[in-house]
Design a binder for this molecule. Structure first.
Ligand SMILES: [Zn+2]
Length: 216
């Protein structure tokens, strides 16, 4: 049987890590939740680290304080359940979720390089994996050297409404990172996201994404 790993180690990892400061902005996370539901993401979406000020060659303006990562709080399948169903049928943590003891989800970072700054943009997305993969990840959650594990196959479990092609069900690989860091999500299915991951996006595009997600 599965068990949700309690996330103390992972959270501590984030808090002590300079490179993954998502949790520093926990106040912001809560504030953003309502607004962003209006873009068509099924559930609350969070944002975190900001891009440094950047003078844009595309629009000539300065992009500053633009969030570098965004992501929903839960897999879409979870968000579509009523509160009662959620309580009866599953469990949701910050980085793991299980529904009906048959759908297993892990939260990862779908990172996209920002070509004109040294930043990394990231979608914090949920990925459905097999029960075996989920168990394996849970067992290795706090084990040093876990990043040597081969990647796991999975499917993206969120609709990112910013993309014209569907993202739900998109094939990905989850690459384990050292203890305290979320896994890296590599897009393997044919999609604009795979292109962006391979080629990067502009700082201007990062601003555009922020504008779309903040729109009332
Ligand atoms: Zn611009």
């Amino acid at each position: 049987m599965f068990t949700l790993v309690r996330l103390i180690a992972e959270r501590e990892g984030y808090l002590s890590s300079r490179t993954l400061p998502e949790f520093r902005y926990s106040a912001l996370l809560n504030q953003r939740t309502d607004k962003v539901m209006t873009v068509g993401l099924a559930y609350g979406i969070n944002c975190s680290r900001m891009m440094d000020s950047y003078s844009c060659r595309i629009c000539g303006q300065i992009h500053s304080g633009v969030p570098l990562s965004w992501g929903p709080d839960a897999p879409d399948m979870w968000a579509e359940l009523s509160i009662d169903e959620q309580a009866a049928r599953g469990e949701l943590g910050t980085d793991q979720a299980v529904i009906d003891a048959s759908h297993f989800f892990i939260r990862g970072r779908l990172e996209i390089p920002v070509t004109d700054t040294s930043d990394l943009f990231a979608w914090l997305v949920w990925v459905e994996v097999s029960e075996d993969s989920f168990d394996n990840m849970s067992q290795l959650w706090t084990v040093a050297g876990r990043e040597k594990t081969p990647p796991y196959d999975g499917q993206l479990s969120n609709r990112l409404a910013l993309y014209s092609e569907p993202t739900l069900g998109l094939k990905v690989k989850l690459h384990t990172r050292p203890v305290g860091e979320r896994p890296f999500v590599e897009v393997v299915g044919d999609h604009q996201l795979r292109y962006e991951q391979g080629n990067g996006i502009s700082a201007h595009r990062v601003q555009e994404i922020a504008n779309l997600l903040n729109r009332d």
